[in-house]
Design a protein. Structure first.
Lengths: 125, 213
């Protein structure tokens, strides 16, 4: 039987009004079902470290859970100054939804190779 | 006699002011096996004669926060007194089976993994208690790893001054330019702790970092 890989998409609107702890919980709840999360936008840096802490607290407690692999593609980092200013205004109006975050369980995703413009997912056999 | 004591007292105060002597806590952060403890050991050994912790080729050797108080560094007439805080490597995944590949037994690997997860949690907690941070990355590895970005992002959010150190420049695969390109807003220094290479530039950058505290 062929192996199935499920990608779960979370639109930015779905997490926009959530508190940090709720965002982290939502992501981890999906990860623990063995799915890969594609999040529109990105977590704040402090939320990311909160996600790492929550992940580490679960390693060893949940059978087979070894942690997560995550990567963010952020179009801002490669933009010219004018574009960044424009994006800054847009971000105020629309929120930080221009980035794309990929988070997968480490039991499925071996490695995420990240360059400024591409993400490569290396899956476990 | 009394006059001499008073004179000495005031000259000490003035000397301290004009030498801009600064005391602050300096954290060492980064992914596992980048050389955080090796660099902290180098500083401790050079200036106190003692080491801060053990190093190993097996990842997550440092699983507790390690301290060294009052490390006095004197360089080109300038003086710094530091509290060094060496932290466990930050990772998003820890698999005990990876330790078994390094020759550890199953039970020992599981214990090491458990301690390592606690170490990561503690390292992140300690971000609130450092005045400045040296982020140590392995210069042979891809600097765009999310762990590096998360650490630097957290320091930026907390307004903590950062110096990025690319260790292992003695290795052929090392690429400091790639680290500079990944973190263009930061001071990046390439060193080899193992061979003591480029430590002068590191100390220069450390004193520049002290000015931002």
């Amino acid at each position: 039987m062929a192996n199935k890989l499920i990608l779960s998409f979370i639109p930015y609107a779905e997490i926009q009004k959530m508190e940090s702890s709720q965002r982290v919980k939502k992501i981890l709840d999906i990860i623990l079902t063995g799915k890969i999360v594609i999040l529109q936008g990105k977590l704040e840096a402090i939320e990311e470290s909160g996600l790492i802490q929550a992940t580490m607290a679960l390693v060893g407690r949940i059978k087979g859970f070894r942690g997560v692999e995550l990567a963010v593609i952020n179009p801002e980092s490669e933009q010219a100054l004018f574009e960044k200013i424009k994006m800054g205004i847009a971000k105020v109006l629309a929120g930080n939804r221009y980035a794309l975050t990929i988070i997968g369980p480490a039991s499925i995703v071996k490695e995420i190779k990240r360059d400024p413009k591409k993400i490569e997912l290396m899956l476990k056999n | 006699m009394v006059i001499r004591i008073i004179k000495n007292f005031f000259s000490r105060i003035f000397l301290d002011i004009f030498r801009r002597r600064k005391d602050f806590s300096l954290g060492f952060y980064g992914p596992p096996n980048a050389g955080k403890t090796s660099l902290a050991n180098k500083l401790c050994k050079d200036w106190t004669g003692e080491e801060i912790g053990k190093v190993s080729k097996i990842p997550h050797e440092t699983r507790n926060i390690q301290f060294k108080e009052k490390v006095e560094i004197e360089y080109k007439g300038k003086k710094l007194t530091l509290k060094l805080i060496d932290t466990p490597g930050i990772a998003t995944k820890i698999d005990y089976e990876d330790f078994m590949k390094h020759g550890l037994g199953k039970k020992e690997s599981q214990t090491r993994a458990k301690e390592a997860t606690h170490g990561v949690i503690d390292a992140i907690k300690w971000l609130d208690d450092v005045d400045a941070v040296v982020v140590v990355v392995d210069a042979t590895q891809n600097p765009y790893s999310q762990v590096n970005i998360t650490i630097v992002g957290n320091l930026l959010a907390r307004k903590i001054p950062v110096l990025i150190v690319g260790n292992k420049i003695d290795l052929r695969k090392a690429d400091i330019k790639r680290i500079e390109a990944a973190f263009p807003e930061y001071d990046v220094v390439g060193i080899s702790v193992k061979f003591g290479k480029n430590m002068e530039e590191f100390y220069e950058s450390l004193f520049s970092l002290a000015k931002k505290v």
